[in-house]
Design a protein around this ligand. Structure first.
Ligand code: F6P
Length: 297
């Protein structure tokens, strides 16, 4: 079944927005051949931008701007929320146009992550989100979406159409883990947690691309974490652009997320670049993370 057909069962606006992401994913996927070099500029977080980041950001932003449904776009590549004055619709979009961009150089999988809020307010808790999706540019280009009616994956075929790969993905308990940060910078609680996972036979899988690392956890179960570090208590990943959409998808697939104390989805963003420590994955591994981070273990 094609993505367009599958989306007939969800809200019309959401269907339109996800189809739009799929359409632009085709363009971005081909762009890896032509735009894969450093632009020499930095984004607001001081990270060097690949030409590709800026290009993907522009392609997606223009598509949201043109479609008429989107009122606000918060993009990881923009310093401020973009208001679309001519919009008729009320949708708010959070966008990480190219997540894991440092992996492009070595040809590892990277992704586009999108969150969708019907009320236009992207500075809301993740639990208020209406839909989320991500595209993974790997050996196959796939799109995973949820509109609160299950989590489904589509794969791009040779004609550039997305066709159903797996419907109603359920995250198993599983036993893989990936943790960001240098071991020497981990907190004692996090270190103990990881030791426990290893003792239980969890296998390390970490590529440095959140979209790709999360995708493995979605299918195989376990946990992805970018924890609080001794010098960086908020970790690295951004609530709006990375943590919220993936935590939303994890929850819809039967998994969970936490910052160590509370669900990622229950955190109200304080600023556009709000960062949070994140544990996202199977319910059991997230419960255990909360026990360790709360000092109960
Ligand atoms: O936030 C961007 C990102 O590239 C994520 O996709 C990834 O999980 C993380 O940073 C990798 O960070 P590090 O290089 O510190 O492991």
């Amino acid at each position: 079944m094609r993505l367009e057909e599958h989306l007939k069962s969800v809200d019309k606006d959401i269907a339109c927005l996800i189809n739009l992401v799929a359409e632009k994913a085709k363009v971005i996927q081909w762009g890896f051949l032509s735009h894969n070099f450093y632009a020499g500029t930095e984004n607001i977080y001081g990270e060097e931008q690949l030409e590709m980041d800026k290009w993907a950001d522009r392609i997606l932003f223009e598509a949201f701007e043109e479609c008429g449904l989107v009122k606000t776009v918060a993009s990881e590549e923009q310093a401020e929320i973009q208001e679309i004055v001519k919009a008729k619709g009320t949708w708010g979009i959070t966008l990480d146009p190219l997540d894991g961009v440092s992996c492009v150089e070595t040809n590892l999988a990277v992704g586009t992550i999108v969150g969708m809020f019907n009320e236009g307010n992207v500075m809301e808790k993740g639990e208020k989100m209406d839909a989320a999706c991500y595209v993974l540019y790997g050996p196959l280009t796939t799109l995973v979406y949820t509109a609160k009616k299950g989590v489904h994956e589509f794969v791009m075929n040779k004609d550039g159409d997305f066709v159903l790969r797996k419907e109603n993905i359920k995250m198993p308990e599983g036993n893989i883990y990936g943790s960001g940060g240098l071991n020497k910078d981990w907190t004692p609680e996090h270190e103990k947690y990881i030791k426990d996972l290893e003792k239980q036979g969890y296998k390390l899988r970490y590529s440095g691309s959140f979209a790709a690392d999360f995708h493995q956890v979605l299918y195989k179960g376990g946990v992805f974490t970018y924890p609080a570090l001794k010098e960086k208590p908020n970790g690295k990943l951004r609530l709006l652009f990375e943590c919220n959409p993936m935590s939303f998808i994890a929850k819809e697939a039967g998994g969970d997320s936490t910052n160590g104390e509370q669900s990622i989805l229950s955190i109200k963003p304080e600023k556009l670049d709000h960062r949070v420590p994140i544990y996202v994955g199977s319910k059991g591994a997230i419960k255990l993370a909360e026990e360790y981070m709360g000092g109960k273990k």
